[in-house]
Design a protein around this ligand. Structure first.
Ligand code: ZN
Length: 223
């Protein structure tokens, strides 16, 4: 049985990525992070998604990136609301968390080495999304090269790490359709950056707006 470490935020993209890994026959070890994010409610969603999609294990690593701040997700900075899709698609927004995917992938790499797994899944998306630098194909390719230099298993030739990014060139609408085909439980996923005290999405942050656009374009109801 092939093992894979799957990064799981609790959002739609990472849930779809986990479902793809399961469909492709991987035994999945889901990894989430409590990094001091304002939308910690996503961790409850991640736990439900992991159970629902049959992850072998689900771990939450505690890494307080809010000690550094520097992002609207980890510091007392306002989350941008009601931006136009044109504005969302230009520049790197204040919701960018410094070095987040580099850090997340490093934790995934460590767990993969212990599990003797060569496969890491991450649901990054470079197309229909805010312009985060650590979601781009060139970042992933460079990270994969580094990963194979960085580990004992890599140097000894026991594993050749592959970072799977099956969603990287898909539009949000394509991801929604794929998720529907794979039976991703939309209702338990959480996308909002700035949910209310009851965990309900704000409907106005970039993540909420992109999610709505994706469902509308896919012609599927977001339950
Ligand atoms: Zn929102």
């Amino acid at each position: 049985m092939k093992k894979a470490v799957c990064l799981l935020s609790g959002g739609l993209d990472s849930a779809t990525c986990l479902a793809l890994a399961r469909r492709d026959g991987y035994v999945c070890y889901a990894l989430s992070f409590d990094y001091g994010q304002r939308h910690r409610v996503e961790l409850d969603a991640a736990a439900r998604v992991a159970t629902s999609l049959g992850a072998e294990r689900h771990l939450v690593a505690h890494i307080g990136l809010n000690a550094f701040g520097g992002s609207a997700l980890t510091a007392d900075l306002a989350v941008p609301k009601a931006r136009s899709l044109d504005a969302i698609s230009h520049g790197i927004p204040v919701t960018y968390v410094p070095a987040r995917n580099t850090i997340f992938l490093s934790f995934a790499l460590a767990w993969a080495e212990v599990l003797e797994s060569s496969d890491i899944f991450i649901g990054v998306n470079a197309l229909d999304y805010s312009g985060y630098p650590d979601c781009r194909p060139e970042f992933i390719e460079a990270y994969e090269r580094m990963a194979n230099l960085a580990t004992k298993a890599g140097v000894e030739g026991r594993t050749r790490v592959h970072i799977h990014t099956p969603l990287i060139q898909l539009s949000k609408a394509q991801i929604v359709k794929l998720a529907a085909e794979l039976g991703v439980p939309f209702g338990v996923t959480h996308s909002c950056y700035d949910p209310g005290p009851d965990g309900r999405p704000c409907g106005q942050c970039d993540s909420c707006l992109l999610r709505r656009k994706g469902f509308e374009e896919a012609g599927i109801e977001d339950r």
